[in-house]
Ligand binder design. Sequence first.
Ligand SMILES: Nc1ncnc2c1ncn2[C@@H]1O[C@H](COP(=O)(O)OP(=O)(O)OP(=O)(O)O)[C@@H](O)[C@H]1O
Ligand code: SF4
Ligand SMILES: [Mg+2]
Length: 374
Amino acid sequence: MSMEAQANMGTQANMGTQANMGTQVNMGTQANMGAKANMGTQVNMGAKMDMDSKAGIDAHTPMIRTVNLKKHFSTPKGQLHAVDGVDLEIKTGQTLGVVGESGCGKSTLGRVILRLLDATDGSVYFEGKDIFRMSGHEMGEFRRQSQIIFQDPYASLNPRLSVSEIIMEPLIVNKVYKSRHDMEQAVYRMMKTVGLAARLINMYPHELDGGRRQRVGIARALVLNPKFIVCDEPVSALDVSIQAQILNLLMDLQEELNLTYMFITHDMSVVRHISNEIAVMYLGKCVERSPAKRLFENPMHPYTKALLSAIPVPNLSRRGKERQLLTGEISSPIEPEPGCRFAPRCAQAGPECLGRDIPLGECEPGHFVACAHV
Ligand SMILES: Nc1ncnc2c1ncn2[C@@H]1O[C@H](COP(=O)(O)OP(=O)(O)OP(=O)(O)O)[C@@H](O)[C@H]1O
Ligand code: SF4
Ligand SMILES: [Mg+2]
């Protein structure tokens, strides 16, 4: 097993009951690798904007909207409700952070939104268009414009392909360029964009360190000039020192290319820095959704409070604030009973929390909570 795979398993093992305490990203003091790397990007933003206005997309249409989205898996024990009625929006050019413990449905949600998995019920709208009702041509465009960056670049890159071949593959599949020379130039530009030295072009994934491998994964995701990217734990498998570089790169690319991200992570410190809004998931449900700043200032759902209380606090004045350890059994996602799924672990649980599903309600502008006591 590779070092990174081991590190990755270590991170996940920590997440049973707490937020990941491992990553402290000081975004202010890290070298800004991404800004330097971006010099080579060639994106025809004018053409993109023109397309958008022709498609009738106004400034208020979110890039992504889900309505009552569900994904259930058939298992020998019954239907496993991995995603169970999720409503969310991701505004164009912004980042929605999605957090929650292992198994709460974050990756499944991302894959259903990208239509890599079929939904059981509900809708996903991409710039106002229902992705489950798209024509073949529209679906092709959606596939090009929406991409994914995976957690473990080593596992997600084909070990038999060189850097050049990996980045070129989407261009070949989508027949973007007629000449090989143009395609190679595009690969060089993309490598420069993500901060990969040109001398690495013929190397294979096993010859690169984790940070460079993830840069290859990012280059592959960006080469078709997408609008929307699901980043599924893109830094969890990397050394802490490399994580900040990759996060900075992703943020710089977002600004430069007006990208929209759904950023999945266990790590509350990371999500705070990178997100405009945050959705907290618990056993297939979104239990709280809010602008990032407000979530940290004023968490309302007992589960969110417990997650945030587990973040290490460098500030002495906040030391001594009670850390809420989550106890009690996690209920099963298989054929769950109606009622709050967090109840077995919630100190405030009462009869009013059981027997009925508790929908998200708006507690302050843009801040939604699913709790009988809020
Ligand atoms: N193909 C599948 N068949 C059956 N169950 C599945 C399948 N894929 C995921 N699940 C289950 O769906 C639930 C959600 O899984 P998912 O991978 O989306 O969680 P996650 O929040 O991404 O977890 P992690 O943080 O560990 O990546 C889990 O209970 C998982 O076991
Ligand atoms: S609904 Fe009840 S059990 Fe669920 S989080 Fe709120 S108080 Fe706790
Ligand atoms: Mg996952």
